[in-house]
Design a protein around this ligand. Structure first.
Ligand SMILES: [Zn+2]
Length: 305
């Protein structure tokens, strides 16, 4: 299933018409699991070194090209660290915006890439029980966090998201998806706020802060190259300790509660059968398991435009 998906993705990315050649590429990139372990690396942009506002994160922005290069550099630092730590397979997931920011030809060729969307598992595309560890690069704090670079959860329209009364952002939601497949998140990089947010959920996680926010669109920055070294060291340390890091799990059934920006958006979300209105801007849904709750959160995001 994953290989089929990967083929489809790689075709979409490179447009190679030769299926046999492509299968060889995939098989060569994905060595036998007996040789080592398998790592899922999800890469967002808001938490990259040097990034402070939408001039970096919007593809039309003046600083997007530099941020995009840093995105590749941080992904490659994490890939190299994973192989150094003993990984035999690394899958990188482009997790920002339209999810076509990482240029395949610039990525460390030992890794494969999941690119483009929409994808049912969003920023965790491709995750399943075959992975041994998950890594978050360039992540940001959840919506409504003070002094956090570009804090948000999916869009600016979701103000708070709770799972069983725990408030989560993208990092926590993604960690929960990995957790349902038994995969621990061993590393997170971004601003100080997101590393603290994830450390509160997963105490054993290795966190590297590449900046400290001074409000939503200003930050005290570490040099991008210094950041690469710290990310590489952190990914390696997190992967070495992966057996001690617990997957993030929640009790089932899972209660998803979301506060949207205005009542009209909540009206639209109420088209979903089983959705409950618990406030003018707050909706609630009970899902049988975490991944189902996660998928519903993605649907609410689409409806609350
Ligand atoms: Zn994000």
């Amino acid at each position: 299933m994953l290989k089929t998906l990967m083929l489809a993705v790689l075709f979409a990315v490179v447009g190679n018409p030769n299926a046999d050649e492509m299968r060889n590429v995939i098989d060569n990139a994905a060595s036998s699991p007996q040789q080592g372990f398998k790592v899922h690396i999800s890469v967002d942009m808001e938490g990259l070194a040097g990034v402070v506002d939408s001039s970096h994160t919007s593809s039309a922005g003046r600083n997007y090209a530099a941020a995009r290069d840093q995105m590749i550099a941080e992904a490659n630092a994490a890939i190299a660290a994973a192989f150094e730590a003993g990984a035999s397979e690394v899958v990188v997931i482009d997790s920002h915006g339209d999810k076509t920011n990482l240029q395949p030809e610039k990525l460390d060729r030992r890794a494969t890439l999941i690119s483009g969307g929409p994808r049912p598992l969003g920023m965790m595309g491709g995750i399943d029980e075959s992975f041994d560890a998950a890594v978050f690069i360039g992540y940001h704090a959840r919506a409504s966090t003070m002094d956090a670079t570009l804090d948000h959860t999916y869009t600016g329209q979701l103000k708070h998201v709770w799972i069983n009364d725990h408030e989560l952002g993208e990092a926590g939601l993604n960690a929960g998806v990995a957790g349902q497949f038994g995969v621990p998140v061993v590393f997170v990089s971004g601003d100080l706020a997101v590393t603290e947010e994830v450390e509160a959920l997963i105490p054993a996680v290795e966190g590297v802060a590449v900046k400290e926010a001074i409000g939503q669109t200003a930050a005290h920055l570490l040099h991008p190259k210094e950041s690469l070294e710290r990310i590489a060291a952190g990914v390696k340390a997190g992967l070495v300790r992966r057996a001690e890091t617990q997957p993030l799990t929640f009790e089932w059934p899972v209660t998803l509660r979301i506060e949207v920006a205005d009542a009209g958006q909540a009206d639209q979300v109420m088209f979903v059968p089983g959705m409950e209105r618990v406030g003018a801007r707050i909706v609630e849904y009970v899902a049988p398991d975490f991944v189902s709750a996660y998928r519903m959160s993605r649907l609410v995001r689409l409806l609350a435009q």
